[in-house]
Design a protein around this ligand. Structure first.
Ligand code: AGP
Length: 643
């Protein structure tokens, strides 16, 4: 969950600080930088809220970098950044797992000699056992992290043959997951990186005279233009403009080349106050990109396009013969991706006539399931790195079953492990809250459902034209939903101080309610529950009282009348009733204290993509009204790589 960056050549300090600010969404409990300069290793770290801002301002004010060899008595202390002529460096922004988010626990860590600095993402499972062994041979630990053991292991494995060789020897004894970057005074012409499970990218500078390592692509956009993803147990020695990759035994190895279309502009705020606001506003374009070339008047081309991109591995899935044999679909996902899958489930059942289960990935992997070769498993994760989803996907693959990945990140672990992949093409999403990745996920699954329906002849030509037309209108309708932002801001100002929110929906409105509640919890820290409206009377209604806010998704789907009945039941308990209703629908608006207006969906099954915009805007405005940092909500990180 942490962000990692390494730079050699270029202007390392500037590149590190710039990269870290683009990696903050990976974690923001604490931050640190270490650079090699003048034959010495220098480090600065900061912890707590606004750690990176704090670190930047300390660097700007010329605050001293501490030589990591200050552990050695008699060494001079400190050097202002202006006097550092760095040749290489590494940086890290942390989401704490082992040890509190303090400066002492912040990465990079240096060991006993102060000659090596190392940053790590992942969890070293056998760190206690390794630390005990190292302590017995004289190493002294100064943090509570699992990571620190790695730097002492590197020291222990130094043998005069370079940092990469020490790394390979050290990692042979390590159990767990890692993305590592390290520098050493003894080997100043390289930064060394290694990966197992946690992603790590090597980049070659646009100037061909710099080398980079990062946990995520956005950190390198604008500086590097050739990208390679390390495979498990590969070690990279990255020099200024070149790199060499080996396996843990030193054998030559080949990383996976990444062909991403993301640009620097994609990963910047572009004049918006927050990434979340920018990413909400990008949804019409993002959905257009998702649909582009995959939607045709005579049908759908997602499978040709999406599955082909997985190359040879796609063969099992890409054949029409296989797809015609599918009897069931199981979608594995977490958080907003899970709700996107729930929102698309009725399309699979209605348009393709395939029973579809949506499973919480973290639960699924521990079940002994009865899926067989006629079940198409789809693992969906915007990042493609969520451990819960990856492990559930591996459980499917481990049973020899075909797996289709749906992800936003080209070259992500999920995309590389599945037999076939469909990319959502939403562009980088930096805000922790999923917005454009969620709406594009719903759109792409609905495309898949429609294509399966066409292949399986559940849909006739008229149906195909109608569904194709409905999907094609989504970008414009989402744009219209976003145009209600000012009204939502006013509603948020009136209800934003309430303590309890219940979000209710039925049918495709239910996952919209779940997503609304998740968004409010996630960025506004307000207690909110998403509930199927029909279940309300089986328990939650006991909590309803004046002051409770109920947000009801009441657009005109087939269950609208039932929903109106549930709204009446809630109103009888004198709650504050907020309804999501269609433009011009006065009948629905009349039962509400507050109205969130959205345009009508041409097909009720596509309404979640439109209705959820109101939920995003409401959570956003409530959070902003409380003065909260919507892009970096507390306790969260964008990519959840722990179980
Ligand atoms: C959504 O706003 C959250 N940040 C979170 O629930 C997220 O959707 C979840 O962690 C899954 O992430 P993924 O799509 O990258 O797998």
């Amino acid at each position: 969950m942490c962000g990692i960056i390494g730079v050699i050549g270029d202007d390392p300090l500037a590149a590190l600080l710039d990269g870290l600010s683009r990696l903050e969404y990976r974690g923001y409990d604490s931050v640190g930088v270490a650079v090699l300069a003048g034959g010495e290793l220098w480090r600065i770290r900061a912890a707590g809220g606004g750690a990176l801002v704090d670190l930047r301002s300390r660097v700007g004010k010329g605050e001293l970098f501490e030589p990591s060899s200050s552990l050695t008595p008699g060494r001079s202390r400190g050097l202002p950044p202006g006097e550092l002529v760095a040749a290489a460096g590494i940086g890290h922004t942390r989401w704490a797992t082992h040890g509190a988010p303090t400066e002492q626990n912040a990465h990079p860590h240096s060991g006993c000699t102060g000659r090596i600095a190392l940053a790590h993402n992942g969890i070293i499972e056998n760190h206690r056992e390794l630390a005990a062994r190292l302590q017995a041979s004289g190493h002294t630990f100064t943090s509570d992290t699992d990571t620190e053991v790695l730097v002492h292991l590197l020291e222990e494995n130094e043998d005069g043959d370079g940092l990469a060789a020490s790394m390979r020897r050290a990692l042979r004894t390590v159990q767990g997951t890692f993305a590592i970057v390290a520098v050493s005074i003894s080997d100043p012409d390289v930064i060394v990186a290694a990966r197992r499970v946690s992603p790590l990218i090597v980049g070659i500078g646009v100037d061909r005279a710099s080398g980079y390592v990062a946990s995520d692509l956005p950190a390198l956009l604008g500086r590097a233009d050739c990208f390679y993803s390390l495979e498990d147990d590969q070690v990279a020695e990255v020099g200024a403009g070149s790199f060499v990759v080996t396996g843990l035994s030193g054998e030559p190895a080949t990383p996976h080349e990444l062909k991403s279309k993301w640009t620097l502009e994609d990963s910047e705020k572009a004049g918006y106050e927050t990434f979340m606001e920018k990413e909400m506003a990008e949804q019409p374009d993002a959905i257009s990109d998702t649909l582009r070339s995959r939607l045709r008047p005579d049908g759908f081309a997602l499978l040709d396009d999406g599955l082909a991109s997985a190359g040879e591995r796609a063969s099992a899935l890409a054949t029409a013969a296989y797809l015609d044999t599918i009897e069931r679909i199981t979608i594995l996902a977490c958080g907003s991706s899970l709700y996107a899958a729930m929102a698309a489930r009725p399309a699979f059942e209605t348009w393709a006539n395939v029973p579809t289960d949506v499973e919480i990935a973290s639960e699924y992997r521990y079940r002994s399931l009865a899926a067989d070769a006629r079940t198409l498993a789809i693992a969906m994760s915007q990042s493609g790195e969520t451990t819960d989803t990856l492990q559930a996907a591996r459980a499917v693959l481990g049973r020899g079953l075909p797996l289709l990945a749906v992800t936003n990140v080209v070259g992500s672990s999920l995309s590389r492990e599945a037999q076939a992949v469909c990319y959502t093409r939403a562009g980088p999403e930096i805000g922790v809250a999923a917005t454009k990745t969620l709406t594009t996920q719903i759109a792409i699954l609905q495309l898949l459902a429609a294509e399966l329906g066409q292949r399986r002849r559940v849909l006739d030509r008229g149906d195909v034209a109608r569904i194709s037309g409905s999907l094609a209108r989504l970008p414009a309708l989402v744009g219209k939903a976003l145009a209600h932002h000012d009204e939502v801001r006013e509603v948020a100002a009136r209800i934003g101080q309430a303590r309890d929110f219940f979000y209710l929906g039925r049918g495709v409105g239910y996952p919209v309610a779940l997503e609304g509640a998740l968004k409010l919890k996630e960025i506004a820290y307000v207690h909110a529950e998403g509930y199927p409206a029909g279940e309300m009377k089986h328990g939650p209604i006991a909590c309803f009282e004046p002051g409770t806010v109920v947000v009801a998704v009441a657009t005109r789907g087939p269950l609208w009348e039932k929903m109106m009945g549930n709204i009446a039941e809630a109103r009888a308990r004198r709650v504050t009733m907020v309804v999501v209703c269609e433009e011009g629908d006065r009948e629905t608006a009349e039962v509400a204290d507050e109205v969130l207006t959205v345009p009508s969906a041409p097909d009720p099954l596509t309404s979640p993509v439109i209705d959820v915009i109101a939920m995003q805007l409401l959570a956003y405005e409530i959070a902003r009204g409380k003065g909260l940092d919507v892009d970096r909500p507390r306790n969260l990180a964008k990519t959840v790589t722990v179980e």
